[in-house]
Design a protein around this ligand. Sequence first.
Ligand code: ASP
Ligand code: MG
Length: 439
Amino acid sequence: MKVMKFGGTSVGKPERMHQIAELITAAKEPVIVVLSALSGTTNTLVEISNRLAASDKQSAIEKITTLENYYQNFIHDLLQDASILARANDMLNEHFEFLKITQKISLSDALNKDILAQGELMSTKLFSLFLEQAKIEHTLLPALDFMILDQNEEPDLALIQEKLNGLLENYPTINIFVTQGYICRNAKGEVDNLKRGGSDYTASLIAAALKASVCEIWTDIDGMHNNDPRVVDKTVAIEQLSFDEAAELAYFGAKILHPTCIWPAQQENIPVKLLNTMQPTALGTVIKKEAGSVGVKAVAAKDNIIAIKIKSSRMLLAYGFLRKIFEVFEKYKTPIDMITTSEVAVSVTIDSDIHLDEIITELNNIASVEVEQNQTIVSIVGNEIAKTDAVLNKLFQSINEIPVTMVSYGGSPHNISLLIPSEHKTKTLQLINKGLFDL
Ligand code: ASP
Ligand code: MG
């Protein structure tokens, strides 16, 4: 069994669905196909729900109608068989009826999640109808029947495994299964989701639950690149990464893969392949246990970082000070990305300002606090790079004109992270591309 996940742009046009059908029927073993919503749909659903939350019903309805027209055009391009087209039409009507009804009900958290789930429900049903038209035997597996969260809102892998295996037993002769990425049920049984970009996570969870041979993530770029192609002119695809390297890259900004996607595959030691729907024969990137080679592999950047500098003379020779500080972040469920300390100060970075005011107020009770917004973390990732001086020397030589705010080195052997003011990001990535990758 293998898992093949196709992202929003890979399902976003009728002709892309043709390509996906070709790719999945060429598989030499049974496949579970995980689909995202058509590109742009989840953003639109978020927007609809924001407008409903703001009681802006009229403009919510306008958005819904525009989306409906888009899907109507889509099915007319995708489907020619009159009876299948009629079923697609009925299916869309049902989903858009639901969306239109939402403006009559008050928007709860549960209803909001129901709205967000419509994208994946529609994309998988459309693709299933398309396969039916092409006479490709398959079964649609509802993710809501097996993708379950526990009390802590984390995927319950043991339960997912039990439910999924139970479902698959009903179809011993089927070789192609289609299911929704992103959506799930929480411990209360309500429709929920794995957070934005969560379809990769779905794919990896399914791969782990079924001990699949491989988890393929199909997007519109030929694998993970050594640098951000939107910022520097020349980048190269990375052939192989270890799970740890890939997790660091995904977390620190490489957009191609969702960071949570790594752990389930890593736990069951299932290779993850990043492949390109537009160029299916390109090698792409394989992520597995072994790093493949030693040295620098890539640089990634994560924007919208906030640095908090916490200073107290009471920290001098004191114990328990760091605990008090961390407890504040824990209380507000705000993860810390980078951290550096000196004898009387500690600096941390966070990537969410949701509870920034409360955090600052509480920290002010124990220390003096300075906040710097608009920072970017630049992470250099590679196997054992933090063990060789050479990388560090080259890195700092290449960026000596950049005002670095913080440095994190030695926390993991695979990562060196720098914090810089965001206005210097482009220059920094360009200098590193030249200095460390010679590109
Ligand atoms: N459709 C969802 C989103 O746009 C999930 C995904 O595509 O991974 O966030
Ligand atoms: Mg994605």
